[in-house]
Design a protein around this ligand. Structure first.
Ligand SMILES: NC(=O)c1ccc[n+]([C@@H]2O[C@H](COP(=O)([O-])OP(=O)(O)OC[C@H]3O[C@@H](n4cnc5c(N)ncnc54)[C@H](O)[C@@H]3O)[C@@H](O)[C@H]2O)c1
Ligand SMILES: CC(C)[C@H](C(=O)O)[C@@H](O)C(=O)O
Ligand SMILES: [Mg+2]
Length: 354
């Protein structure tokens, strides 16, 4: 059976890194005899410029007809003068997440041992490395709560959660932890926020069905500090939408660069949207220097979750490992004694190991 993949490259470095991700997916498909059909579609600022809207109906239709969306990134200074609700992030990415009910956002932050020198952490803190999973609730919380708006000299957003929204993301966290090191750290601000008090209560309830998984609670401010003090204490880090956004960027840097952090946004079935956790990086766009590994590892997650092929995932992961073993680095993860390569060279090198 042919798997249909919508390709939404978007803005900034999006097209450059998506091209490398596609090369890797094509090579992987050959190796594993998978039939993949790619359909490109415009999104974000690129779609605004061509069609006057960040998420054209045709793009949404292509996504609806697909088994997965391979997404680059959207946004940039050119579109920041538009009314906020027309800008790429709010008019394309958030509606996509909501339309497909992609409530579970997996952001695995893994320190490849070859990148110890690229991490800002001290060697004794890194130890043998770390492998944590930031699990971010993606379709509720302050991003989507109503009302939001402005009146006179006031602006407001609403942070709200319903119990079932917390139950479902907590179940994903415990199920994931069961296959890992059996620990969930639930992040909240229950000393101040009413939503967090309920979040904590609900997580405690859900935990009763997973007695084999240890649960701890941590305030967001402490978590931001503990991540740097000792990232190895974490296994699955369960966060609401906003806290997960922030902690995942922080965790990415501990692995060497935001250019290393992939993500999978999932719902209850096999459909998913796969994108790097970072953005369109306008400061380096068009220079062929962006790190494509986050996009390539997002392709690996696509194989695992939407195609049901963990073997293809592992092959891509191992290809990245081998290229790092050979000391090839993009600029963001460069260190002494390594060879600097461009975005496209990194993509080629990884393809060569598949
Ligand atoms: N999912 C998305 O589409 C997404 C995510 C985050 C930000 N954005 C948008 O991207 C634009 C820029 O946002 P920002 O600057 O806050 O965040 P950003 O992640 O784009 O960039 C932050 C810094 O990280 C660097 N960086 C990011 N990805 C990199 C890569 N693959 N390789 C090497 N360096 C990389 C950038 O050069 C920059 O210095 C904004 O319009 C923002 O809204 C989009
Ligand atoms: C671009 C923005 C809307 C998005 C978010 O905040 O979710 C991004 O920062 C991310 O982490 O995917
Ligand atoms: Mg973010």
């Amino acid at each position: 059976m042919t798997a249909k993949i919508a390709v939404l490259a978007g803005d900034g470095i999006g097209p450059e890194v998506v091209e490398q991700g596609l090369k890797v997916l094509e090579k992987t498909a050959q190796k594993f005899n998978l039939s993949l059909e790619f359909t490109p579609a415009r999104v974000g600022g690129a779609a605004i410029d061509q069609e006057g809207t960040a998420l054209p109906a045709a793009t949404l239709q292509i996504c609806q007809n697909s088994d997965a969306v391979f997404f680059g990134s959207v946004g940039g200074p050119q579109w920041e003068k538009l009314p906020p609700e027309q800008q790429p992030e709010r008019a394309a990415l958030l509606p996509l997440r909501q339309t497909f009910n992609l409530y579970a956002n997996l952001r695995p932050a893994i320190l490849f041992k070859q990148l110890k020198n690229a991490s800002p952490l001290r060697a004794d803190i890194i130890g043998e490395g770390f492998d944590l999973l930031i699990l971010r609730e993606l379709t509720s919380g302050i991003y989507f709560g109503q009302p939001k708006g402005r009146a006179d000299d006031k602006a407001f957003d609403t942070l709200s959660y319903r119990v079932p929204e917390i139950v479902r993301i907590a179940k994903v966290a415990f199920a994931a932890a069961r296959k890992r090191r059996k620990k969930v750290t639930s992040i909240d601000k229950a000393n101040v926020l009413t939503t967090s008090v309920m979040w904590r209560e609900v997580v405690v309830e859900v935990a009763k069905d997973y007695p084999d998984v240890a649960l701890e609670h941590m305030y967001i401010d402490n978590a931001a500090m503990q991540l740097i003090k000792n990232p190895r204490q974490f296994d699955v880090v369960l966060c609401d939408n906003m806290f997960g956004d922030i902690l995942s960027d922080e965790a990415s840097m501990l692995t060497g660069s935001i250019g290393m952090l992939p993500s999978a946004s999932l719902s209850d079935g096999n459909f998913g949207l796969y994108e790097p956790s970072g953005g369109s990086a306008p400061d380096i766009a068009g220079q062929n220097i962006a790190n494509p590994i986050a996009q390539i590892l997002s392709a690996a997650l696509l194989c695992k979750y939407s195609l049901g092929r963990p073997d293809a995932h592992d092959t891509i992961f191992s290809a990245v490992n081998q290229v790092l073993d050979e000391n090839y680095r993009t600029r963001d993860i460069m260190s002494a004694g390594c060879q600097e390569v461009s975005t496209s060279q990194m993509g080629e090198l990884i393809c060569g190991k598949i």
